[in-house]
Design a protein around this ligand. Structure first.
Ligand code: SF4
Length: 438
């Protein structure tokens, strides 16, 4: 919805009502689509490159606000290769967190909606029978016959048949962790099309997230153990209280928390910032996820703890053979941790490449600007730190042209016109800037 006067910050009552009407219609449409019962074929897709775990293509996430449509993520495409760490960098408000929330289907609805694009995620999911139920794997004896066991009631006591003998049921196979086994399949889903109910099956298990601020992300009225156990039950609904508690202790010790048997009964306020962030990592790791999204995991921590947490994230990524999407505005964190870097500005990607390409040969003036703005050992104590002049454009009524134009020191006549196309510099390095057009 466009207002008559583009340069005005004020809306007439008529314009405001028209925006509200159009927002309401759009939000209803997207919310209805999310609740629609569809067959899995509708959101099953194929990866373009089998070496990736996640492929985001032309993602658009908009917020329908009372002032107009805010295009927080406006046509973003990138991929996360298997067993790698990809850093998403850019200043506050550039769309990094909204991109990650879109992947998790956690964008604040109904105002925030993924309006276009694909989020292809390779995962393992249950094979469903004709009635949409999971198919259990039963234990077989040496002759290939299904092993049976006593049927138990809710109190754990055998159910007796009419003849007074215990009722026999097939014995379901369990993993080493005690999780009941079902037939599984390798499958790729388009998360942008996936209904909310289906997303519950992969969120927290195959994709998990480490949030920005552990103090606000952890629930202050429950012990950390209880909060880990909640995720254990999500992954294994048949886990007993004892099994869930033991798993919580195991997870705490895995992320390096001393005396996990004691700490498991602590409330978040009894822990330091670094320990709380370790608890968040423990929660994210319970399901052995294939993709971990870490949204500025070190923002609220002091420098020494930051380094420990980054080290831990790298370590668990290697142990779990998972991929990590690291969202940060700190280039030092990226240089230390990531294999690939995606630079975002005003809801779009401006440059992407390997960490060496981005640091050794930055091409986009914005990438060069954020690197220049970082203090180094050469920066004198009295020297003023460089900052990119100007401000980020308003995401409402965003024009189709280079969005960095007004702040760019390298602007030339070739910069006029539509938003620059992606220019491939090497198989892994690309930039969105008219200057590199041949
Ligand atoms: S297209 Fe032109 S104005 Fe935009 S970033 Fe490149 S050089 Fe600067």
């Amino acid at each position: 919805m466009k207002t008559k006067n583009k340069n005005s910050d004020f809306l007439s009552l008529k314009e405001s009502r028209a925006i509200q009407r159009s927002n309401l219609a759009a939000m209803k449409k997207y919310e209805k689509a999310k609740r629609k019962k569809v067959s899995p074929e509708y959101f099953t897709t194929q990866l373009k490159d089998e070496n990736n775990i996640l492929e985001v293509e032309n993602l658009h996430t908009y917020f329908f606000t009372d002032s107009g449509v805010s295009k927080a993520v406006n046509g973003v495409s990138f991929s996360v290769p298997k067993n790698s760490i990809v850093g998403l960098v850019g200043e506050s408000g550039c769309g990094k967190s909204v991109t990650s929330l879109s992947i998790m289907q956690l964008v604040q609805a109904p105002q925030g909606q993924v309006t276009d694009g694909e989020i292809r995620f390779a995962t393992r999911d249950f094979v469903l029978d004709g009635k949409g139920k999971r198919i259990p794997i039963y234990v077989k004896d040496e002759e290939g016959n299904t092993v049976t066991t006593d049927k138990l009631n809710k109190k754990g006591k055998p159910v007796l048949g009419k003849d007074g003998n215990p009722v026999q049921v097939p014995l379901q196979a369990r993993s080493e962790d005690g999780i009941p086994l079902y037939e599984m399949q390798e499958v790729t889903y388009d998360i942008a099309k996936m209904p909310t109910d289906d997303m519950y099956r992969i969120r927290g298990k195959d994709i998990s997230m480490i949030f920005q601020e552990p103090m606000t992300s952890l629930n202050p009225v429950f012990t950390v153990g209880y909060q880990i156990e909640e995720v254990v039950y999500l992954i294994n609904p048949l886990a007993t209280k004892k099994e869930a508690h033991e798993k919580a202790i195991e997870m705490l010790s895995r992320v390096g928390i001393p005396m996990p048997e004691t700490i498991v009964n602590y409330y978040p306020h009894q822990l330091s910032g670094g320990m709380r962030q370790r608890v968040m990592i423990a929660i994210a790791l319970v399901g052995n996820p294939k993709l971990i999204i870490a949204d500025e995991p070190t923002t609220a921590l002091d420098v020494t703890i930051q380094s420990q947490i980054l080290h831990l994230i790298k370590e668990v990524q290697q142990q779990c053979h998972a991929s990590v999407m690291l969202i940060t505005h700190d280039l030092g964190v990226v240089a230390e941790t990531c294999d690939y870097v995606v630079v975002m500005y005003a809801g779009k990607i401006v440059e992407k490449g390997t960490v060496f390409e981005i640091f050794d040969n930055p091409l986009h003036p914005y990438t060069k600007g954020i690197q220049k703005a970082k203090p180094t050992f050469e920066t004198g104590i009295d020297a003023e730190l460089y900052s990119i002049p100007g401000v980020v454009p308003n995401p409402i009524n965003i024009p189709n042209e280079c969005l960095f134009k007004d702040r760019c020191g390298e602007r030339c006549a070739c910069c006029e016109g539509e938003y620059p196309e992606e220019i491939q510099i090497s198989p892994t390095h690309s930039v969105f800037c008219h200057k590199y057009k041949k």
